[in-house]
Design a protein around this ligand. Sequence first.
Ligand code: CAO
Length: 575
Amino acid sequence: MAMVEIQVPDIGDFDEVTVIELLVKPGDSIQADQSLLTVESDKASMEIPSSHAGVVKELRVKLGDKVKQGSVVLLLEAAGAVSAAAPVSEEKMAPVQVNNVETAIDSGASASVPDPSVAGASGVIEIRVPDIGDFKDVTVIEVLAKPGDVVKVEQSLVTVESDKASMEIPSSSAGVLKELKVKLGDKINIGDLLAVLEGTARPAASAAAPAPATASVEAAPADASQASAPPPAAAASAAAAASSSSASASQPAHDPTVAPSGALPHASPSVRKFARELGVPLAEVKGGGPNGRITLEDVQAFTKSVMSGEARTQAQAARSPAASGTGGSGVGLDLLPWPKVDFTKFGDVERKDLSRIKKISGANLHRNWVMIPHVCNHDDADITELENFRVLMNKENEKAGVKITMLAFLIKASVAALKKFPEFNASLDGDQLVLKKYYNVAFAADTPNGLVVPVIKNADQKGVVQISQEMGELAKKARDGKLGPADMQGACFTISSLGGIGGRYFTPIINAPEVAILGVCKSQTEPVWDGKVFQPRLMLPLSLSWDHRVIDGAAAARFNAYLGQILGDFRRVLL
Ligand code: CAO
């Protein structure tokens, strides 16, 4: 048996790369071409395969080491005759996971093909398939944009897949997508017409190229559903395309319940392959490796937790038969197919796209509804005195220009209840409860485009007048569509008030990762028995939804009762 030094082969234009994952250890028997380690530049990650079969004797690198072409990474006792320590051929090596489309395009490893249809042109622009390396007849497995979408330069339009790798084909120009010339399942080649845009052109020299995938990539194709990080509009249209096409049934569909984060799950190609084989949604796996990298063990642990029923995954919930068009699998929710009805048989219909807010909030609400075991307690609070006080205050302060709202009192009262019952001011993180020492209270605001949830920060440090004023400003921003991400982040607890509209009780959906939400409906004067006679009292209906993994029924009843006491006599807030 001969000892062979395994070296880093030609890794293209990458000068030095960092070892981010070791895939074998001394004593392991390995096959020729088996991946040994994963390296990463700032542009892409790739696996270094072994040129020989044998037994690993010694690892010559450790996590964090910088290596380049020719660096010895491992000593192998090779099986069979060995002529020389031949490094793996270039064809065996190719970056298969690109960190993001933008950087992929900047990468020297990716081919950049000038698109003659783009140079200097504006108006109608033809987007063609650029140089995709040695691949022929690659299959369109995902459509990431639809006619009418505003497409940015280098925004991915489709994902294609060969038997070795998958890659996204970006647009070389910005504009409005007029026509997509390909559909799911189509085979495409370099030069094929992909789409027609109407818009502003970009110089030919910087025409976009696909993520690098130049040769017989040994590692698995990146999971199409995980590897792309399209902007929200593209993600939404991809989800729509996946659910509307029967061809999508066999494809790894986008998980429509995941609000686009813009970040890729950090995992090596082989881990991606493993996750893909098991149907594990990498976006839901918590990475235990360096810098949150998802390892093989993380995927295994995730699978175990799902199989043992500890975690019912978002993807299982989302992988509804509505998207697949098939019956239940026996795993997850195992639901019946979504009813497919030709509504036009019964009368005229009109189709309308959901607003962007509706798509994103809908996806979040769906996840929260499916994943959180909700229980809802209803109660009434006597706000007769409080409402009298509020009306008096508003009369006195008429000139101040700030209207004190019942919701502001509710926020203040909720803070007092959150302080008394800290598990309501918490979030679940695995097996741990994160108890928050700050009191940020969100409120649901109805806008023409859908529901948004701005946050009153540090409500414990603010008075009712200041809260009313901030709420007014945030509600206006919400209606004008001007809320920024910071306005909607960091909430501990949410209040959803339908008091200005009507109704008696409802069951609000918890705003994860919070563990409770208070729903409030319209107060009305009711006869309340005081032990001797019925008194007319202004009663406010409260509906508290809570996460039964964190909160027990008794605690929820106490929370509501305490809230009722405070609203009944607001002086208690001072205690
Ligand atoms: N009972 C009776 N009247 C109430 C009340 C209650 N619980 N809450 C508010 N009102 C009254 C107000 O006093 C006001 O009356 P006046 O105009 O006579 O003073 C009127 O109803 C309108 O109030 P409002 O709704 O404009 O103001 P608000 O402070 O109560 O709420 C906001 C602000 C932004 C929360 C609200 O406008 C809103 O968007 N609510 C909808 C929230 C929602 O959609 N929740 C559902 C989420 S789950 O899908």
